[in-house]
Design a protein around this ligand. Structure first.
Ligand code: PEP
Ligand code: MG
Length: 323
């Protein structure tokens, strides 16, 4: 069986009725990138940059960041690399050189894009490093914890300024570096019509989206049974984001853990998803699952899924879909 799975490395990810589904990799190390490439990932859909900032006293400067990002881009040999700007917060305060303040509610605090914009030069340095890496292959920028239009517009303005600066300085950077927003704060999903015109793509972070939609701390073990994407509110938000993205021609991926679990594939396909981003560890299993599914049949059953009023009903839908 392992051997059969192994053979899928060179196979496309197509549904039984012939629709191409894109599988991107989540990565944060050289090993992840090498594995993603070997497994035939369409690209890197989420490159987490936090590790560069952890367990050290001084922040990585532009050159250090540039070299790391460039190596990822080179490692993917022409496939797109989506680099997420820093997503740190007070939950990791003691492990960074950022001198973060203690906060009673780190998940609701100065994290992600809020931190990047609060610190002089932090985001600009990172964007410079990312854009310089774009001279070596296709790169996209993804911004975490977006909760309002203003943040998207501020990052867009800075990205444009940085591109101009770098060109003036003589750097060869890509003509276009698409900008994307993580959709993981409910307000961003609800306000999406107001800023979708300012982004080029979207990535749904179900790990945080579930946490914030359901008011369930993703790290609180006492609430583990409540922490699930199998909730009507979660499904509706995912469906709405995908639908709006499609209507406006903006690609939408899901990059939370949910995307990496083959069990959820029928559900996400039914909701219209065409791009998954997941850790390479389960990429081939997901590919195998998708190759066994009929997209048209699943989409026909989407209304029943959206009518499901509770977890049990969603689970029943899933067990029928996978039968
Ligand atoms: C998410 O929130 O789903 C996500 C992919 O980001 P992280 O797990 O890094 O918060
Ligand atoms: Mg997140």
């Amino acid at each position: 069986e392992r051997k059969q799975l192994h053979r899928l490395r060179r196979e496309p990810t197509i549904t039984r009725d012939g629709v191409d589904i894109k599988l991107y990799a989540n990565a944060e190390s050289r090993e992840d990138v090498a594995e993603a490439h070997a497994l035939g990932a369409a690209g890197v859909g989420l490159y987490r940059t936090e590790f560069l900032f952890l367990q050290r006293n001084e922040l990585p400067d532009e050159d250090e960041q540039f070299r790391v990002y460039r190596d990822v881009v080179l490692g993917m040999t022409g496939r797109v690399v989506t680099i997420r700007t820093l997503d740190l917060g007070a939950d990791k305060a003691d492990k960074t050189g950022l001198a973060l303040r203690d906060e009673p509610n780190p998940a609701l605090g100065v994290r992600g894009v809020r931190l990047s914009m609060a610190r002089e030069g932090l985001l600009e340095t990172q964007l410079r490093a990312i854009l310089r890496a774009s001279g070596y292959g296709p790169v996209r920028v993804l911004v975490p914890m977006i909760s309002a239009s203003e943040e998207v517009r501020a990052v867009r303005a800075l990205l444009d300024k940085v591109a101009l600066d770098l060109r003036r300085e003589g750097h060869e950077i890509a003509e276009r570096v698409p900008l994307g927003a993580m959709i993981e704060v409910p307000a961003a999903a609800l306000a999406l019509p107001a800023f979708i015109g300012a982004v080029d793509f979207l990535s749904i972070g179900t790990n945080d989206l579930v946490q914030y939609l359901l008011a369930v701390d993703r790290n609180n073990e006492a609430l583990a049974s409540l922490y699930t994407p199998l909730h009507p509110a979660v499904l509706r938000v995912i469906r709405d984001v995908i639908k709006l993205g499609k209507a406006r021609g903006k690609p939408v991926a899901v990059c939370g853990e949910m995307a990496g679990d083959p069990m959820f594939a029928p559900l996400l396909l039914a909701l219209g998803l065409e791009e998954f981003s997941l850790h390479p560890a389960t990429l081939l299993e997901l590919r195998r699952a998708i190759r066994g599914l009929n997209l048209e049949a699943l989409r026909k059953r989407a209304p029943a899924l959206l009518r499901a009023g509770d977890r049990k009903a969603i689970e029943r839908w899933l067990s029928q879909a996978s039968a």
